[in-house]
Design a protein around this ligand. Sequence first.
Ligand code: NDP
Length: 283
Amino acid sequence: MSQPAQHHAVFGHPVAHSLSPAIHAAFGRQLGIAVDYVAIDATPDTFETALARFAGAGGSGANVTLPLKEAAFALANTCSERARRAGAVNTLVRQGETWFGDNTDGAGLVRDLTGRHGLDLRGRRTLLIGAGGAARGVAPLLLDAGVSDLFVVNRTPERTDALADALGEPDRVHPRYLDVIGELGEFELIVNATSAARSGAIPALPRSLVGMRTAAVDLSYGEASVPFLAWARAHGARDTIDGLGMLVEQAAESFALWHGVRPDTDPVFAALQARNVALVTAD
Ligand code: NDP
C-alpha cells in the first residue's frame, strides 16, 4: 500500500522568498519522495489560527521561521531537549492531535561550520549577537560543540538575559549590554544572529572584536549577509561564512524528522550557492 500524502509548510513573516520549499523539493527528488511543501505567511497574531487550519487540512509537519519561533515553542504540546533549552522551535511534527516541537537550527549551524568549513569550535571564545529565535536555536548547540565562553549581546537587553537564563550555564554564558561591546576584547568566533541588515544597518561593531583567528558567521545569506561579513573581512577575520550552509543543513535535519531519511546536502548546497553568488553580485 502506498504511503498517505504528507503536507508540509514553512510559516513566517515575510516568507514569500523563503528557499525552504525549493530545498525540500530538491531533497524529495533526490530520494524519490513526493514532497508537498508550501510557504504560508503568518504574523505572531495570526500564527495559531493558521497552524490550526493547516493541521485541520492534514498538515503533517511545518518549519517555522522569523518571527514565530518562540510562538511555536509556546504552541508545541511536547518538545525535544534542544528545543526546550533554546525556548524556540523551528520544526513541528504532527503526532495524532498534537504538535511535537524540535529545533534543528543549532545542529544545522554546527554541522555546516565543522563539516563543510572544517572549523574546530572547541575552546573558542565566542560572541553571539542577537537573542531572537535563531540565536536561541544555535546557542545550546554552540555550547555542546565546546566553545569556551559564550558572550551574548542584543539590542533589547531583556532578551539577552532571558536567553542566558534559559541556557542555565552561568559559568560559561555571559549576557552583556550592546553598548559595552567595545570592552569585551577579541573573539575567535563571532555569530551575527540579528535580522538587522534586513532593515538597513547592522549594529555598530568595534574592530577590537576581530583577531587573526576569528571566524565570523552571519546566519543570514544573500545580500543580508554582506554588511557584517564585509565588516569582518575588512578587519582581518580569517573565515567569513554566511548562513546558506546552515539553511541547507537545518532543512535536512527537519526532512529526516518527517521522512525518516537524511538527504545528501552537498549537491543542494552547491546549486544554491551558485544562485546565491548571482544574487549578491547582481546589479
Ligand atoms: P527574530 O525576529 O526572532 O530576531 C531578530 C533579532 O535581530 C533580534 O535579536 C533583534 O533584536 C535583532 N535585530 C533586529 N533588527 C535589529 C537592528 N536594527 N539592530 C540590532 N538588532 C536588531 O529573527 P530570527 O532570530 O529568527 O532570525 C535572525 C536572522 O537569522 C535572520 O536574518 C534570519 O534570516 C537568519 N536565520 C538563518 C537561518 C539559516 O538557516 N541560515 C535560520 C534562522 C534564521 P531585538 O531583540 O532587540 O528585537
